[in-house]
Every structure is written in C-alpha cells, then in structure tokens.
Design a protein around this ligand. Structure first.
Ligand SMILES: Nc1ncnc2c1ncn2[C@@H]1O[C@H](COP(=O)(O)OP(=O)(O)O)[C@@H](O)[C@H]1O
Ligand SMILES: [Mg+2]
Length: 599
C-alpha cells in the first residue's frame, strides 16, 4: 500500500474549466471582448489598403455608397476618422478583456488554492510524512500559479489565435486566392519548425527549473543553517557549494539561450521567401494589367500575410503552455482526489463531552515500514484516573498518543473512549475530547495570548491569564515589554524550550478537555519549575483522565497507576510502591534516576 500515491485524475483540464462555471458570465464577456479586440486589431491592413486605393482612384464601392461622395480627399478623411475610431475601440476592448481574464484567473486560482489547501489539511499525518514539504508547497503555489497564468494569458492566446487564422484566412482568400496559397505556403514549415523547436527547448527549460530548485534549496538550507555554518567555520565550503549550484544554473541557461536565439532568425527566412514570391506575383499582375488585384489589395496582402505568419510561429509555445497547465492541473487535482486514509465514519457517535474512560484492546501498530511498534497492548484507564507512562526511548509512548488522537489508525485491535471505538467518532469531535501537551511545541506567529488561546473561540484575557498562572508562565509573560501582546513565533520573541512547554501546558489547561495528555511535557523545564507544575498537577488533572508520559519518573510518582511500555506491550502496571516492590524495569529506572543504583 502506498499512502503517498496521488490519484491520476481524468481529464484534468476539464476539471479546471469546471471552476469557470461559477464565472460563466464573466467568461462570456471576456471572450467577446477578446474576439472584438482581435478583429479590430486586424483592421489596419484593410484600412491602409482602402486608403491606397482611394488616393489611387479606385475607391472601394461600399465606401462611396456609405459616404455618398467620390471626392478622394473627403474619402481619405473618412477613412482616417475610421482609423482613429477603430483604434480607440480596439484599445477599449483590450482593456475590457484583459481586465476580464485577469480577474477570472485570480478568482479561479483563489478558489482552487483554497480547495486544495482544505483537502490537504484534512489529510492524515502519514501523508505529510511521506511527501516532501517542498513538493506540497510547489503544488499549492507553483502549480496553482501555473494554472492562473494559463487562464490569464494562455487561454486568451488560443482564442485570439483562432480568430486570427479565420479572419486573416478569409480576407486574404477574398483578395486573391492564388496569392493566398503562395503566401501561406510557409505555414506547414512554420508549424513543424515551431513544434520541433518547442520539443528541443523544453528539456532545457526543465533543466533550468531543476537548477533553480537546486540553487534555491541550497540557499535556503544555508540561510537556515547559518548558525551551524558559522560555528563549524564552514563558510568556504558552503560558498563553494553555492558556486557550484549557481554555475550549473548558468550552464543550463546557456544551453537554452543557444537555441532560443537562433529560432526567430531561422524562421524569418521562410516567411521572407513566401512573402517575396507572393509579392512578385501581385506586382506582375498589376504591372501587366491583369485585372486581378488593385494596388491597395496588394498592400493589404503584404501587411496581412505578415500578421498571420508571425503568430503561427508561437503556436508551439501556446500548446506548450497548455501542456504545462495540463500537467499542473493533473498534480493539483490528483492531490485533491486522493482519498484520506483515515476517513470519518458516515454515522458517527455524537459526544459533546466524553467521560474519559479510555481502553486499549490488544492494540497492534506499525508505521507501514514493517516494523511492529505495538504488539497487542492492553490497558484500561478508568474515568478520572491519572496514569503515568514510562519506558525507554523509542518504546512507543508517543505512538500511543498519536493513536489516541487518531493521527494514525491501529493496524490491529481497537482503542475506545467511553466504550466507543475511535473510528466511530468524527475525528474533529474526538480531538475536542483530548488536550495534548507534546514534546515539541509549535508556536504560530502571533501574540502570546493568541498562542495560548490557539484554536479556541470566545476566550477572555482573564481566562488566558488564569491558564498561564497555572502553567507557571504568567510571571515570565508579564516581564515581557508587551506582556500578553508580545509577539512570538517566527520573527517574534524566542522562547526557551521550557517556556514553550509551559505555554503548551497553558493551552491544554485552557482547552479544558476531559482527557489530558502530557507527553514528556516537563522534560525541558528546570527541576524548580517542574516541582511548581507538579504541585499544580493535581489541580490540572482534577476531574479529568490524565495520561502522563514522563522521562523523569518523579513526575509520575503520584499517579494512580504507572505503566511501563516495553517491547510493544505493557510490561508492568501498578502504583509507584507496587512497582518498586516488583523489582522490575521500573525499579531499575527509578534506581538509576535517583542515583541509587543497585549493584
Ligand atoms: N512517523 C514514523 N514513521 C516510522 N517510524 C516511526 C515514526 N514515528 C516513530 N517511529 C518509530 O516508532 C518507534 C516508537 O517511537 P515513539 O512512539 O516516538 O517512542 P517514544 O516511546 O520514545 O515516544 C521508534 O522506533 C520510532 O523510530
Ligand atoms: Mg516520545
């Protein structure tokens, strides 16, 4: 079973377009403006052709009909006014469609990112352990932005390209189908050339992206590891590694530049040949009095054929953009489609506040690497009891907590709260019954008060202070310049390990859940503070079921019962005195910690 495998979504681009559904009107308007803009944009060749014909005495009939005059000067004036009007309208449409598509792209990327983030956030912990953070970030940022770019410009490019080919094709054909054939003859070559070019250049771009990633990882690593770099005086070594990464980036760019700089000059030659032959044909007809073409039409033709051919060379690039968007869509929707491995049951039990009776029944667990961590663990924790856990590092104590929080599902046996299997709870409901103080405390960027009240609503400052007092953190906080409004976390005040733990304890106190879990929560505080917390522990655990995992056995000495986890099972269970009498693992650990090692 591969937990990290994402689904391959069917027709990813169609999924993207489904996001456009909520913006149908906006999309329709933007497309109309864009088509209007492109047609107006193609008017100058026609206008110039008409002007030329007008001054050379063969004014198109429809203009005479429209204006009712044959005076060339008036007609030229009329066409000039049209030029201004058309350019004005073209600009106005450009403003409208650009604004439309850009806003559309923003709306869709916003919806998409939010959807993706919410799905991601609900995924099980194991998923995050198997994905590299960089990859997930790349999906939420890079891929979503790629799709934004496509909707912003790529989609419109395709639309305008279609309008161009249809409009230019028809007007050229109408002017002279023979010349149109000759003039458009280079098109197949341009198409093949540009697709070939795209194929040739895309591995270079891939290399560039790889090199960028490598370089930025290097830089990021070094900046976050600056303390280690300095203390090991590894500056020269690291500078060399950065130099290597940067040189690699330069090298792959050179490769791409070599190709990209040659493309336009090469392609121009083909366009030139087609244009030259067509012009020669037109000139021959006019000079020899064939009544096929006016001078104005020849002018129109020369201008329009260029308008048509140059964008054709971009077709490969446009399709490449589409391919990239398609790949991004596949990744994003793949992420969104892959099912949660720890699903909520369709008919959950409804528990407002649990009593707190916890039972482990023959619990077996492995992390998916074949290593059995728990091998049939049985334990009954009656409501309101305080139970201490001890055992060597790696025995599986934290694992037990993770199972109780249902961050992972047991691979065998079951865990129940008040007799209900954890899998029958809604995960969010279950987790509201548990307050965890864990080994590593994550502080979010925000004020101390925000961090203590993290995830809780309608909490008064008074309650926060009360919790901080119980956690022995109040005095420290009031010593800060901004007290409870002091900023912590990234770019904020740095708290020591012990201070973080106390903050985390305050969080748990405030949460006031029926089941309290302390996982080595006092390992980083000094003995003095630990004693102070210890004295409050009775108060903290009052009326609650408490699971206290302790490195220092003195912390759990007073517990109602103490469990020793060893080789995936409960090896010893009893009160402090009972376990000492038992002369087993606990007694040994106790002796080591109190310095009373038996010979
Ligand atoms: N996410 C994980 N993936 C794989 N193995 C893990 C994971 N977390 C912990 N382990 C392994 O499970 C065992 C128990 O870990 P843990 O429950 O953290 O021990 P402790 O009793 O020290 O809290 C260890 O051998 C550890 O290496
Ligand atoms: Mg642990």
């Amino acid at each position: 079973m591969n937990l990290s495998k994402n689904h391959e979504p069917q027709q990813p681009m169609r999924r993207l377009f489904q996001y456009l559904k909520s913006y149908k009107k906006q999309l329709g308007f933007s497309m109309t403006y864009s088509i209007g803009n492109k047609i107006l944009d193609l008017m100058p060749p026609l206008l110039v052709g008409w002007i030329v014909d007008t001054v050379s005495g063969s004014t198109p009939g429809w203009i005479i009909g429209l204006t009712g005059t044959k005076d060339p000067w008036s007609l030229a004036l009329f066409i000039s006014v049209m030029i201004v009007v058309i350019f004005g309208a073209e600009s106005f449409f450009e403003w409208l469609y650009k604004r439309g598509f850009m806003r559309l792209a923003q709306d869709v990327q916003h919806d998409l990112r939010l959807d993706a983030y919410q799905r991601l956030q609900r995924r099980e912990i194991a998923y995050f352990e198997k994905q590299r953070t960089g990859n997930l970030m790349a999906m939420l940022n890079g891929d979503v932005n790629q799709l934004e770019r496509f909707l912003n410009t790529g989609f419109n490019d395709i639309l305008q390209m279609a309008v161009l080919i249809i409009f230019a094709g028809i007007t050229l054909w109408a002017a002279s189908w023979e010349m149109a054939l000759v003039g458009m003859a280079p098109i197949p070559i341009l198409l093949i050339g540009s697709f070939y070019y795209q194929r040739a250049i895309s591995p270079h771009y891939q290399n560039i992206r790889g090199a960028v990633g490598h370089l930025s990882n290097r830089l990021e690593n070094n900046i976050s590891g600056i303390l280690v770099i300095k203390s090991f005086t590894a500056e020269d070594y690291e500078a060399k590694r950065v130099e290597e990464a940067s040189a690699q980036y330069k090298k792959v760019n050179y490769g791409a530049i070599r190709l990209s700089a040659a493309f336009v000059p090469l392609i121009r030659m083909f366009i030139a040949v087609g244009l030259a032959v067509a012009m020669l044909m037109g000139a021959y007809w006019i000079l020899n009095g064939y009544d096929k073409l006016t001078v104005g039409e020849l002018t129109f033709f020369a201008m329009m054929i260029q308008r048509l051919l140059w964008p054709i060379t971009r077709l490969g690039q446009i399709f490449d953009g589409y391919e990239r968007a398609s790949a991004s869509a596949r990744r994003v929707f793949g992420l969104m489609d892959s099912p949660n491995q720890i699903p909520d049951t369709p008919n959950p039990v409804q528990v407002v506040k649990a009593n707190g009776h916890v039972q482990f029944n023959n619990v077996q667990f492995e992390y998916g690497n074949g290593l059995k961590i728990l091998k049939g663990l049985n334990l009954n924790i009656p409501q309101g009891q305080t139970i201490g856990f001890a055992g060597t590092t790696g025995a599986g104590k934290t694992t037990l907590v993770k199972l109780l929080l249902r961050l992972y599902d047991v691979t065998g046996g079951s865990i129940t709260v008040d007799g209900n299997d954890l899998r029958d709870f809604e995960k969010s409901n279950l987790r509201r019954q548990l307050a965890l103080v864990s080994q590593d405390v994550y502080l979010f960027h925000g004020t101390v008060a925000d961090n203590i009240a993290y995830g809780m609503e309608n909490v008064t400052l008074k309650q926060i202070e009360q919790a901080a007092k119980q956690a022995q953190l109040h005095d420290f906080i009031t010593s800060l310049p901004d007290a409870y409004q002091a900023m912590v976390g990234e770019r904020g005040i740095k708290l020591s390990g012990g201070q973080r733990q106390r903050l985390s304890i305050a969080r748990a106190i405030l949460k006031d859940a029926p089941i309290l879990i302390l996982d080595e929560a006092t390992s980083s505080v000094d003995t003095e503070t630990e004693r102070a917390i210890q004295e409050n522990l009775n108060e903290l655990t009052q009326g609650k079921t408490a699971l206290i995992i302790a490195h220092r056995l003195s912390t759990i000495r007073q517990a109602d019962q103490i469990a020793i986890i060893h080789e995936g099972k409960i090896a010893e269970l009893g009160t402090h005195d009972e376990l000492l009498d038992n002369q087993g693992i606990y007694a040994d650990l106790w002796a080591v910690q109190t310095g009373d090692v038996r010979g």
